[in-house]
Design a protein around this ligand. Sequence first.
Ligand code: LUZ
Ligand code: MOS
Length: 755
Amino acid sequence: MKHFDAKLHVKGKSIFTGDIPEPEGTLHAAVFTSPSAHGKIVSLDVSTAEKLSGVIKVITAEHIPGENEIGNIVMDEPLLAEDTVHFIGEPVAVVLAETRGQAYEAIKSISIEIDELDAVIDPREAAERGDLIVPPRTFSCGNIEKAIKDCSYVVNGTAETGGQEHLYLETQSALCLPGENTVHITSSTQSPSYVQKIAARVLGIPIHLVQVDVLRLGGAFGGKEDQATPWAVMAALGTHLTGRPVRLVLKRHEDLINTGKRHPYSSDFTIGLDDQGKILAWKVNYFQNSGAVSDLSTAILERTLFHSTSSYFVPNVFATGYCCRTNIAPNTAFRGFGGPQAMFVMEAAIHKASMETGIPVEVIQKANLLGKGDTFPYGMEYTCDEVRSSWALAEKLADFKETKHNIEEYNSNHRYFKKGLSVMPVCFGISFTTTFLNQANALVHVYTDGSVGISTGAVEMGQGVNSRIRQIAAEVFSIPVERTRVESTNTSRTANTSPTAASSGADMNGNAASNACKEIKGRLLEVAGKVLHCKADKLTLKNSAVWNHSGQTDLSWEQLVKAAYMNRTALSSSAHYATPGIHFDKTKEKGRPFAYHVSGTAVTEVTVDCLLGIYKIDKVSIVHHSGNQLNPLIDLGQVEGALLQGIGWVTMEELAWDKGSKRLLADALATYKVPDISFAPSEVKIIFSEGEQLENGVGLKGSKAIGEPPFMYGIGSWFAIHEAMKAYNSHASPGYVAPMTPERVLMALSTEKTK
Ligand code: LUZ
Ligand code: MOS
């Protein structure tokens, strides 16, 4: 099976929001944003801009007919700033002009006067000031204080992980067309229903007067789960106020500055072990740098708490998280959604415990891997043995013992080049942690020629969800996949949809589509029974025909569909899917929040040039439990892409802000470096292993979610680099700080050695 968009992409024929031809009279929007990280707006003067040629209107907060509020979980986010600004890049005014050039020219002549207020970037500083978005949250189990007293070893430390820019190829974009009292928004969003709901709120109209359509996105990675909304709503506001189509496409530089990123975290930990390296106690505080408004921060913190023990079983846990409000762009969903941040802290703690106890890292890791029947701190049971089995298989795949031996030999023969090795087990919970989001809808039409049109709430963003849904529909009807089509995601065809997120787009929307197809199939077989004069339950669909117990009948798929239509049988069906068996009680912080877990293990080998501080990822060997793969090629692409994105996060991708102005310094691709193909590991070996059988109706036809879990394999490269550094200088101590940039490597290696 292939990814059906691949050919279009290669030929440049795929249509993105920005490719849609604009109707005559389309206005172009440019957004004027706050130049200050925190301050009171003393005055805002748009009068010069309004008079410029081509400018039709300059929209400010006072023009908003409904509510100036785009918050989704916590109501703390204005669409356009009113009297205070909270971060550099916060939207203040929208210029609508005849051409894009005129709109951008006009924002230059808007002037704003701001009374500066204190601004913070550091989450701990925000926490000290009591500037939290919501009260802290704690997940716990066992008796932490008693357990710490009983430990042979107690190790304390801190860990920091940096943010990460999504760098989707397509920047935030929207095109809004006017209708009869309605607006029709095309948006590059992962969440058409959020855009619809919030546009209705801001325009002050009911939801059914807003239609949102999404054909495909040029990447998203979480960056368009919540943060496509403001731009789409601004375009809708422009259309609502002028009656004209409005196009808004952010320039890359604006997108980098104005939109939020992965949350940086600063954490404290205490890990307690017995003399064999068994972890008995895990106490951790996560200070999440949430940015200026809540966005999805509270949900992301929750997922951090769920993943606090990573792939390990710990009987006594006390994990607390703080959503710290700072004066940078609101941080948001990013592949892993707070999970990777938690896993880094746990790996850092194990690493530090190894350094202090002399027990090898992999011995501590292995002694504590989750086993079948272990309970997570949030009360859910781990029902399979995939963490351990993937570890064992990955050790084999990577020839762990021999590789370790070879590396020791290499390191003793090379003075300035050193190699390092790490193992990274991953266990990631699948389902939105917000239980009610775990539902999806589909609408399927079978047309009179036997071709099939499918609408779901899933958004295609390159991850191949549409290909999977087509496969499922083709399989239910037993027709070639070419006879199916997945339509654009449209709020008029599928309503009240959850974002395509949490790795669960295919699981949920695929199951909804499958349910709708099965409904139609049932009706078709009734018709077939009438035509063939036999009982419907003796018939099946196979190879584009109707089959009975003795084989293929004369009734083809096309004839059957025609007969059903002539019989006045409904050839369309909608269906709903709700992930079964999940629940969570937030008052106790216990439940069964996930449909299942995805597990796997990566072994990473690196070489560090200790004179220059630069490094190369030599080889990553991964065993990934994927369930029964629906589309192996798409899975492979997801694992490779996620791995490299994860490696980028912990190695070279560094966000920096100017300490004084709080301006983002990494605001261009000249100052924000991401992995390219030459940085990719020289060798990536991936084995997909089927693993546990999921219950019926969980996962998609026995396959498991693939989007996010492999991101965390990348964390292994940080620890492999650290091992190589230790081989050069056993005192080298970069601190548990990601990203491990070459600069950080060099500083840690050189300063320590001269001591
Ligand atoms: N989005 C969300 C997510 O709203 N809730 C989640 O639990 C989640 N998990 C991963 C990625 N996006
Ligand atoms: Mo997401 S981090 O939008 O699955």
